[in-house]
Ligand binder design. Structure first.
Ligand code: NAI
Length: 244
């Protein structure tokens, strides 16, 4: 059996990944705020260190890693979105990289494509100031910036990780029916989420994202490295047919 660490394992997509890996006999080390093998807060430097050391205490080597923990655009403090979705995710990827011998997948978002890196304030370390001026759109901007920065950071690691024989990819879901999406529907961004209609006119299911993640972790994906996979019911092609 493989040993695979999964952040955000207590809910939604991460929970679907963890249960489906366990169902095929793998050992999962879940990391989350609660209900996990390793309970740690990835929004803070100390919590990130505790997450990495907690995983390594349970297994010195990992066959796989899924970085899924994240918060949605609706949370009250937009800097929290950047700290969890971007800095927390990267700290876990980099912290566990030396222990990895298989593959890792980071859960980004279709929102990662809605910002260009050159226009992303995170690229200049200026997101706090930019968010302070963003008004009611701060949550959405922070979310898009955090996921754009995460995907860029993954792509910037291809040489180092490839040389070590560890594959690293992102999945970029559209709207997936999870507690995070439900919380967004109940917030002031609810109408924007409801109006986001994919050509496949329903929300994705967590198990549909989990099956792509399992494929990317496994031996059949041996030449896939540094790639981002949209899994969005066709929304990206609908919105931007000529850009890819
Ligand atoms: P969810 O809310 O069901 O699960 C997220 C998990 O992350 C929760 O268990 C939560 O406790 C954990 N988490 C949040 N903050 C944390 C922190 N500071 N430290 C440790 N763990 C923390 O959400 P969902 O939808 O399953 O999201 C999983 C990932 O998928 C997130 O990164 C999200 O941004 C991404 N995503 C979700 C989409 C959706 O429509 N549901 C669309 C695109 C991306």
């Amino acid at each position: 059996a493989d040993v695979i660490a999964v952040t955000g394992s207590a809910s939604g997509i991460g929970a679907a990944v963890a249960s489906s890996l366990r169902a095929i006999g793998h050992e999962v080390i879940g990391v989350d705020l609660r209900d996990a093998e390793v309970c740690a807060d990835l929004s803070a430097v100390d919590g990130r260190k505790a997450a990495v050391s907690g995983v390594l205490e349970r297994s010195g080597e990992l066959d796989g890693l899924v970085v899924c923990a994240g918060v949605g655009p609706h949370v009250p403090d937009p800097m929290m979105i950047v700290e969890v979705n971007y800095r927390g995710a990267i700290a876990v990827l980099d912290g566990l990289f030396p222990a990895l011998r298989g593959a890792a997948v980071a859960v980004s978002s279709s929102a990662s494509t809605m910002t260009k890196w050159a226009e992303n304030p995170i690229s200049r370390g200026e997101e706090a100031a930019a968010l302070a001026e963003a008004g009611q759109y701060a949550g959405h901007l922070a979310y898009s910036w955090s996921k754009n920065a995460l995907t860029v950071a993954v792509r910037q690691r291809v040489s180092q990780w490839g040389a070590a024989g560890v594959r690293l990819n992102t999945v970029a879901p559209g709207a997936v029916d999870t507690p995070l999406l439900q919380a967004g529907l109940g917030s002031r961004f609810g109408d924007a989420i409801r109006n986001y209609r994919a050509p496949i006119s329903r929300h994705g299911r967590p198990d549909e994202i989990a099956s792509l993640i399992r494929y990317l972790l496994g031996p059949d994906a041996g030449y896939i490295h540094g790639a981002q996979f949209l899994i969005d019911g066709g929304s990206d092609a609908l919105l931007r047919p000529t850009e890819f």
